[in-house]
Write a protein that binds this ligand. Structure first.
Ligand code: ZN
Ligand code: ZN
Length: 213
């Protein structure tokens, strides 16, 4: 897999510091599972974060802290969470959310052959899997806030570039685009958005509240 579009320093820092909404964390974790280069950069940010914590002044603790900690030691340890293995298309972080491989995804049609499956994350942003048949266009739109799109299978192109497996497109308020899936395998992406998209066409606008896109 040759990856050409990576996570920005700003997003990696936010991920390292645990400041991003869950949907964005999921997209970044999925890209990291493909990308040695970004994993190495994340290691550097984690080290800086650790060093900064070491520099911080100590803070006085509540008197009850010691008792509360000792109490927790006597409680049984939580059962280890079973981590599922990656499947052919879905990386491991995503398999946990879907509850299995690609066959477990509950797709819902959003028109023109495009399907989506919204994943359960906290309310800070929305994560969805998108299935775009080869050669199909997605309705042209712009964005409110940030949109992250990670290609899992196939490829798409838009006004900015071509995005293949493992590539991450970062779109902001200022980008208006119309992604088109390439010929070949159907395109499957993981996308996270901060807020609903802005569609140009009337039909997508009418359908928006029902599709939560
Ligand atoms: Zn990368
Ligand atoms: Zn977009």
């Amino acid at each position: 897999m040759t990856i050409r579009h990576h996570i920005t320093d700003q997003l990696l820092m936010g991920y390292s510091a645990g400041q991003l909404p869950e949907a964005f964390n999921l997209v970044i974790a999925a890209h990291l599972s493909f990308c040695d280069e970004c994993r190495a950069r994340l290691g550097a940010f984690d080290a800086i974060g650790g060093a900064l914590m070491g520099e911080c002044d100590s803070v006085a603790m509540m008197e009850s802290s010691l008792t509360a900690t000792l109490d927790r030691l006597t409680q049984p340890a939580p059962a280890p969470r079973l981590r599922r293995k990656a499947c052919k298309v879905l990386p491991a972080p995503l398999v946990d959310y879907v509850g299995g491989d690609l066959a477990s995804v509950k797709w819902r049609s959003i028109g023109m052959g495009v399907r989506q499956a919204i994943l359960p994350t906290d309310a800070g942003a929305t994560a969805r899997l998108l299935y775009i048949p080869a050669g199909q266009k997605v309705a042209d739109h712009s964005h409110r806030g940030m949109e992250l799109t990670l290609v899992l299978q196939g490829a798409f192109s838009d006004e900015t570039d071509r995005f293949g497996p493992g590539d991450l497109e970062i779109a902001n308020d200022d980008l208006h685009h119309q992604p088109v899936a390439e010929e070949g395998p159907d395109c499957i992406c993981l996308a996270a958005t901060e807020a609903p998209l802005r569609f140009n066409g009337l039909l997508p606008r009418l359908a928006q509240p029902f599709l939560r896109i």
